[in-house]
Design a protein around this ligand. Sequence first.
Ligand SMILES: [Zn+2]
Length: 289
Amino acid sequence: MGAGAAALLLLGVLLLGGSPASAALEARVVPPAPRQGAVAVVFLAGAQGARQVEGSLGGRSLAFFQYGEGYAAIAGIDLEARPGKTPWRVGVVDSGGEGRQLRGSVTIKTRKFPVQRLTLPTHMVDLDPETTRRAESESARLKTLYETATPERLWRGSFTRPVGGEGKGEGFGSRRIINGQPRLPHSGLDFSAERGVPVVAANRGRVALVADFFFPGRLVALDHGLGLYTLYMHLDRVDVSEGTLVERGEPIGAVGASGRATGPHLHFAAQVRQARVDPAALFAVPLRD
Ligand SMILES: [Zn+2]
């Protein structure tokens, strides 16, 4: 094509409001109407060669990674997220330094969680001041961990259940009211298993914390990168140390009843950018790689 034709074509592209170097930016959120505790995936196309890709959904930042021909990011919908229309935004800075933005919204659906009303002797519920301080500082330590989003994506593909057997895991999101006082909702899945049964990493990640805390007992927190963490609680034994990189399915410890547990089971929890999500939703994330 001659210089004149090229100039006309360029003019046409400019008149249409686009840039000759960039394809149309397209984002798709799957599912478009996630329920409380869900894990959604934001797929982005048309951002090839971008210098920067960032965004947010419901006020939580989205950490994009290259996926196929485009980009993807996972978004956690907290189990107590407010139902209804929730905005998302994606911003791309292309190689030439030009910025483009897309905005949209998802509709968060209410999920019905079971409510458990329990009446317990007060001495089992009201902790002494020293134990209260301990439990608070331990939960603050976990919160600080979850706020840390390491930049490298360590996980790949699907997440696997952390214990063998058929049981699906129970109790995610159940609201507990003890002696008339609402307590924090149960933010994990409980897998019943015998003491000593191996617990494996749900996906590739770095051992971010090994601790023995008052409520969770012996625990392992795995950092999968980009603000995604999985947590394994009430362990009888921990077989890994902080800083170790573990692969999906690699043993990290054994089921127990440490901490405040009524019997041996694994409490398995997951957080995405501090959103408490249903681990079962992680098992179903629609990413191949
Ligand atoms: Zn539990």
